[in-house]
Design a protein around this ligand. Structure first.
Ligand code: SAH
Length: 370
């Protein structure tokens, strides 16, 4: 395995100086960035408009890494989950969600997660490590490579494994590379970051002055309940979190989405619905209600369909825009790091196993609404 640094880890602004450093004109650096990100070339030899000397110098110092696909499984609904094996053997998950004309990629930002939401599969083993910027960026390129001719990744949601704002430097570089026309050229409005939410970290995103989408994982309208569901993050005072969300809206003009995972017997009663309506009253936002995806070994189940409906209606009657996210990718355990856990169990973590067809998911009881 090569230990040379990968050009996918390089910020866009570093390409022209790199060309100069190697005795080339600046525009050669611009062309190099296009080969790496837009054309997705892996081999310096293929970069035909770069001088032979430049290509040879690059090959001595750099590689163009592409994280390996360890498993690739499709759902009948079209959702496609990739388990990727990083250079150090660790695994992450990337999901393609095709919906009408959109091709949305859900990307991971960490191996594991430090936040430990009680209902989530990603934090079961805590944080293993941050992803590098290139490892985050490449996930979109890997999915683009897997799409049929003529289809393009249109949207990115940073909602995979990990807490993106705990890896802010790499996240910021990835956002820039996806968004910049010199990189992948995906519009800011088509890129959404999901976070448990710390005011100072949200403010850092606000300060980017970009119209990215922001989704805050709220899950509870009361402090003590939120702390119980989000052990390493729910302590942030709700008033401070709301204030940061309002600064975001004031700066970007984009409504914040509040994600609210609905869990039977925990946070889904009419009491919580009314409290949530009161908390968000008057703030232009959107509430995305997500019936919990049951995780093997965890006791959390979805509320009954009429409970979900009543929760939504309570918000709508209070003038709060609310929708229910319909479960997707259940059959492949696409949600939130579950496929990764299964693949690790089947293939073993650490060793690079060849991609193999996977056994169908083990059946387990679900309380999924019909
Ligand atoms: N750490 C970030 C982003 C990753 S999780 C965050 O928490 O926002 C993306 C979304 O999936 C979050 O709203 C999270 O609460 C939700 N999620 C996690 N586990 C889930 C599960 N088992 N069922 C449904 N949603 C889940």
């Amino acid at each position: 395995m090569s230990t040379l640094p990968s050009l996918t880890d390089l910020p866009l602004d570093a390409f022209e100086p790199l060309a100069e450093e190697l005795g080339e004109k600046r525009f050669a650096g611009k062309n190099l960035a296009r080969w790496v990100f837009e054309r997705r070339a892996r081999d310096f030899l293929a970069m035909s408009d770069l001088s032979k000397r430049f290509r040879a110098a690059l090959a001595e110092r750099h590689v163009v890494r592409r994280t390996a696909i360890a498993a690739d499984r499709s759902d009948p609904g079209g959702t496609r989950a990739f388990v990727l094996r990083l250079a150090d053997g660790k695994t992450i998950e990337t999901v393609l969600i095709p919906e009408e004309a959109r091709r949305t990629v859900c990307v991971s930002t960490q191996v594991g997660c430090p936040v430990a939401c009680v209902f989530c599969a990603s934090g079961l083993d805590g944080l293993i490590r941050n992803l590098t910027a290139g490892e985050i960026i490449e996930q979109v390129m890997i999915v683009q490579d897997a799409l049929p001719e003529g289809e393009r990744v249109s949207n990115v949601v940073v909602m995979g494994i990990g807490e993106p704002t705990m890896n802010l430097t790499a996240l910021t570089q990835a956002l820039a590379t996806w968004n910049d026309p010199r990189g992948l050229g995906i519009g800011a409005r088509r890129i959404t970051i999901s976070t448990v939410g710390w005011p100072a970290r949200i403010d850092r995103l606000t300060a980017l002055h970009k119209e990215f989408g922001l989704a805050i994982s709220l899950h509870a309208p009361r402090q003590e309940l939120r702390e119980r569901l989000i052990p390493n993050g729910g302590q942030v005072p709700l008033a401070d979190l709301l204030a940061a969300a309002k600064r975001w809206f004031a700066q970007t003009g984009r409504r914040v989405t509040f994600e609210y995972v609905l869990i039977d017997g925990q946070n889904a009663s009419l009491r919580e619905a009314a409290e949530l309506a009161a908390l968000l009253a008057g703030f232009p936002c959107h509430v995305n209600l997500i019936p919990v995806n049951p995780v093997e070994g965890l006791p959390y189940r979805r509320p009954a369909p009429d409970v979900i409906e009543q929760f939504k209606l309570t918000l709508l009657r209070a003038g709060i825009d609310a929708t229910v996210r319909h479960p997707r990718g259940d059959g492949i355990a696409a949600a939130c790091g579950q496929l990764r856990l299964r693949v690790e169990a089947e293939q073993g973590a650490g060793e690079l196993a060849p991609p193999a067809p996977l056994a169908p998911p083990a059946s387990r009881p679900t309380t999924r609404p019909a």
